[in-house]
Design a protein around this ligand. Structure first.
Ligand code: GCU
Length: 681
């Protein structure tokens, strides 16, 4: 059977006879002159990949013997590559970039994969394999590629007991019990997959941190993982529980200004580096949702971040300090709190601190306007945090291709320095001249055979990596290559399924939270609809806080007559959102409380439009089902069946969302469901 374990790294023989012949002629042998752990994994990947794709053995050689070789290396470790005088072209490509060229080597035509470092060679090797997997021409290559963002990191919300917070694909990959002595092949395949899309960092542990991972007992296990990942350019990071000096060190305080506390972290950090010499640094969630932090001692986020930054600085480490903070003791709009706490701290963080900001100001909703902190702290490297795992987006069973969501945020214009100051330019450092840059994705990976639970969850891991490398790629191009690599190059499959993917996020927004609605999911688990939730625990964890439906209308007024969260954006953005008439409808109820009978762009009144959106969402899922049914037989039955079953669940739940939300909101609107729509069951 085919269970999806191989992800997009399937090296099955090229089906198109013409292309196959051409590839076979263009690849005679593989020449890698140098020697290092990274070059040896590159060689292995190329050998396995090319042998599979070409359906013939590709001999490996230390020196060029034939026409049509693939030559991979750096000018330092390969005389052949040094002889090509690529210095100028390689100069601008940094530590991770690469060239793929059709070139003349010693009088023989070769395909050259050249880079400044072995990791660059590995990345280039994966790119070359992708060309064959997606059946591109390889006869006249002149490709130069380098990442736009420096730290491209997965955040695993994995607990030491192997449960995964907001994970829907089984248990944690990290088998702490068998580490450090047993290195599961899965760790290697995980690193391979990440390297193939340019992900170069992994935070192993949950942001709701357990200090135990910082003990010697765990650090030897962390070191074993780091050793397994290192050849693939994947660096390990850990979450730091702020109270660890008390819990592990027996100190009375974790006050970041206390010299003993500072000394404890310095020693602890040195200890970590003794196990993991290239340890990347810490990710920290502090003073948020009950986590300890500097505010417990009357200090601020910069005080906390800087203490840890000083501890890792001598070894080149970084601190990723999260801005996901809010508190129900604070009576103001939750959407405003991160900005209010962090913006005044701009300029007070150490040079090796990044502030990690979720894409929107609430919490990974199906759709949110971009977070107002992007562009608001020019002196601080601001890092993006996306959620790949679908906590609020149907979790393990809904097909929602997230590249369009990522792109919508990245291309949003903050106007921080006038028109064109996109979120992407904030995080890639070009807007404010930062060289320290980063992007994080909360992982959707677990120990399910196919890694992500839903086969199409793999596409979200994939597209996160591809966009982290190059945020200018289109969602369409990414879907195209992912489908071809993961399933088949057959256009009868690729064309309709790509369309289905591209519309899937909008479909989900429509059946869950259309027109700017947000956070109306079931309490705490966030699964399924719960717009009626109002009486549990605290106001900001209720749905009514967010939708504010009443007899008059629905939506959260975040303009000057309401919470005025809108004032946190730059004036041109405020102008887009400020008045109902101009506000894009996709954000309407995010910023405005709107009357039920207000006329919408469609000419319908708001209530009718809401009904149409919810119904349209369900219709789209049915359309997706139909599309999927047409591709039966074009791919393996096993993956076909799984997706088909999941689409059934998705249809059932889309109806559940539609019916629950419309029947509930109808108790306020007191208007009928429009005649032409299916009646809620
Ligand atoms: C969400 C999520 C939590 C998580 C938190 C965070 O609120 O539901 O499980 O801990 O985000 O990002 O810190």
């Amino acid at each position: 059977g085919d269970d999806g374990y191989r992800l997009w790294q399937r090296y099955d023989k090229v089906q198109d006879a013409e292309k196959l012949k051409n590839y076979q002629q263009s690849v005679s042998e593989l020449v890698i002159e140098g020697n290092s752990p990274t070059l040896s994994v590159a060689q292995k990947e190329l050998t396995v990949g090319l042998t599979g794709l070409l359906g013939k053995a590709v001999p490996v050689s230390q020196r060029l013997t034939q026409q049509s070789a693939v030559v991979a290396g750096t000018p330092a470790n390969s005389a052949l590559i040094a002889s090509l005088n690529l210095a100028e072209r390689l100069n601008s490509l940094g530590d991770e970039g690469y060239l793929i060229l059709t070139a003349n080597t010693n009088g023989k035509k070769s395909t050259v994969i050249a880079a400044n470092t072995d990791i660059g060679v590995l990345y280039g090797s994966f790119h070359f394999l992708r060309l064959l997997q997606t059946q591109q021409s390889i006869s006249n290559l002149s490709i130069a590629s380098a990442p736009k963002i420096k730290h491209r990191v997965l955040n695993h919300w994995d607990n030491l007991d192997r449960t995964v917070e907001r994970g829907y694909a089984g248990f944690s990959l990290w088998d702490w019990h068998k580490l450090p002595d047993y290195i599961d092949q899965r760790y290697i395949d995980y690193a391979r997959a990440n390297a193939s899309i340019g992900i170069n960092g992994t935070v192993l542990t949950n942001v709701n941190a357990n200090a135990l991972v910082l003990t010697k007992e765990y650090l030897v296990k962390v070191a074993a993982l780091a050793d397994a990942f290192r050849p693939y350019g994947l660096r390990v990071y850990l979450t730091a529980r702020f109270s660890a000096p008390i819990e592990l060190g027996g100190l009375k305080t974790a006050d970041p200004l206390d010299p003993q506390v500072q000394a404890w972290w310095k020693d602890k950090t040195e200890e970590i580096y003794s196990y993991v010499p290239d340890f990347g640094g810490f990710l920290v969630k502090a003073n948020s949702e009950g986590q300890p932090g500097p505010q417990n001692y009357g200090r601020n986020h910069a005080d906390g971040a800087n203490m840890l930054a000083d501890a890792v600085a001598p070894r080149g480490g970084i601190v990723m300090w999260r801005a996901f903070v809010y508190d129900d003791k604070e009576p103001d709009d939750r959407a405003k709190q991160a900005y209010n706490e962090f913006k005044p701290l701009d300029g007070t963080f150490r040079k090796n601190v990044l502030v990690q900001v979720k894409n929107g100001a609430i919490d990974f909703q199906p759709r949110e306007p971009f977070h107002p902190l992007f562009g608001a702290m020019p002196q601080t490297p601001i890092m993006m945090e996306f959620q790949i795992t679908q906590e609020y987006l149907g979790q393990g069973t809904h097909l929602a291709y997230l590249s369009p969501l990522f792109k919508e945020v990245l291309t949003s214009d903050t106007y921080a320095k006038g028109k064109g100051s996109t979120v992407a330019k904030v995080i890639d450092g070009t807007l404010d001249n930062h060289t320290l840059t980063g992007i994080a994705g909360v992982s959707n990976i677990g120990n399910d055979r196919n890694w992500t639970g839903h086969q199409f969850g793999q596409a979200n891991w994939y597209s996160f990596g591809r966009l982290a490398w190059d945020h200018t790629l289109s969602s369409e191009a990414i879907a195209d290559e992912w489908l071809k690599m993961t399933f088949t190059n057959n256009n009868q499959f690729v064309a309709p399924v790509k369309n289905m993917m591209l519309g899937s996020h909008e479909a989900l927004v429509n059946y869950m939270t259309p027109l700017g609605l947000h956070h109306i999911m079931g309490w705490s688990h966030h699964y399924g609809p719960g717009p009626w939730i109002k009486d549990k625990h605290r106001a900001d964890w209720t749905s009514v806080y967010y939708h504010r439906a009443d007899e008059e209308g629905i939506g959260f007024d975040r303009t000057a007559t309401g919470s005025n969260a809108i004032a946190q954006y730059f004036p041109p953005v405020q102008k887009q959102f400020r008045v109902i008439k101009k506000c894009p409808e996709k954000y309407l109820l995010w910023f405005h409380h709107v009357k039920w009978n207000r006329k919408m762009d469609s000419g319908r009144i708001l209530w009718d439009e809401l009904c149409h959106r919810y119904s349209g969402g369900v219709d789209s899922v049915r359309q997706m089902q139909q599309t999927w049914n047409t591709v039966q037989g074009l791919i393996d039955q096993e993956r076909f069946d799984q997706v088909q079953s999941f689409l059934k669940i998705q249809e059932k739940e889309a109806k559940w969302w539609r019916d629950a939300c419309l029947l509930y909101f109808q108790t306020f609107s007191k208007r009928p469901i429009p005649q032409d729509l299916e009646k809620p069951a």
